[in-house]
Design a protein around this ligand. Structure first.
Ligand SMILES: Nc1ncnc2c1ncn2[C@@H]1O[C@H](COP(=O)(O)OP(=O)(O)OP(=O)(O)O)[C@@H](O)[C@H]1O
Length: 270
């Protein structure tokens, strides 16, 4: 097996320009299959833009993004989902008037075979699809430990559980790779510990590769097997947690930069 075969995602020279601003500048990175990796960087470094290119929300100005050899550039977000990438967002995006189970079924529907006509005519295929979606939703609720909230409106769940529900909804699309955008944002230390255990189980039990953007340096340093650091859209460092933590370019990028600087400084003293 060649090195590239063991990488589930291969990003080559990706750039995104917004008018005169280069949000992501010629970034190349690979994500090994069944790994847990992080993309970090100070506020405005280009992390979310990077995720938005991988998931088809933005088309790169230049560059190539391959999932298991399949070129993703040019695909719509739903086609990227079907190809095998799921994600969660920086801000919680649940349907507040739906139950936890229904929220997951919406995620699952991205994969179902029945279409609009089936739904209108209530065909057998539609009913089978609905049952399949409901079964899958229950398995996912159980996996993330939220079975007791099955019929509860998503908006009534505690904050940490709403974040887990978003992860369950993303997992319901049966991805090969899941992208988590600041999953620990706003969590208390106990919720963050729970999240860490869940992310490990996503990889270990489901075999799904995990890539996260995260400002919580303690979480990033203890969970990640590989870290890529962006600053002003450019990759300034990558490697094992201890290599990145001790890289002078990374320290320099964080120092004097708002919240993220404080969080990095806290970790650097550990
Ligand atoms: N749609 C857009 N149009 C114009 N500029 C954008 C757009 N999206 C992002 N940017 C700019 O690109 C740069 C990178 O933003 P991005 O949100 O990717 O950074 P980030 O690393 O995710 O930041 P944070 O940690 O604060 O979430 C910023 O200067 C931002 O203002």
């Amino acid at each position: 097996m060649t090195a590239s075969n063991s990488n589930i995602l291969d990003v080559q020279h990706v750039t995104k320009e917004f008018g005169g601003l280069t949000a992501v500048n010629d970034v190349t990175m690979q994500i090994p299959a069944r790994s847990i990796v992080s993309v970090i960087g100070p506020n405005g470094a280009g992390k979310t833009t990077f995720f938005n290119m991988i998931t088809g929300i933005y088309t790169p100005t230049r560059g190539s993004i391959r999932l298991d050899g399949q070129e993703l550039v040019g695909l719509r977000p739903d086609e990227v989902t079907t190809a095998g990438i799921a994600r969660t967002f920086q801000n919680i995006r649940l349907f507040s008037t739906m139950s936890s189970e229904e929220n997951i079924m919406v995620g699952r529907n991205a994969r179902l075979k029945s279409g609009f006509i089936d739904a209108v005519l209530r065909t057998r295929r539609f009913h089978e699809s609905e049952r399949e979606a409901q079964d899958a939703a229950r398995v996912m609720l159980d996996f993330v430990g939220l079975s007791k909230w099955r019929n509860e409106l998503a908006t009534n769940l505690p904050y940490g559980d709403q974040r887990k529900l978003e992860i369950a909804r993303a997992l319901a699309t049966t991805p090969k790779l899941i992208l988590l955008d600041e999953p620990a944002a706003g969590m208390n230390p106990r919720e963050t510990e729970d999240l860490k255990a869940l992310i490990r189980r996503i990889r270990d039990d489901l075999g799904v590769t995990v890539c996260l953007i995260e400002h919580d340096m303690r979480l990033v340093m203890t969970l990640s097997e590989h870290i890529t650091v962006l600053d002003y859209g450019t990759k300034i460092s990558e490697g094992l947690p201890h290599q990145v933590r001790n890289d002078p370019r990374v320290m320099e990028a964080y120092l004097g930069r708002g919240t993220a600087a404080g969080e990095y400084g806290k970790e650097a003293r550990l």
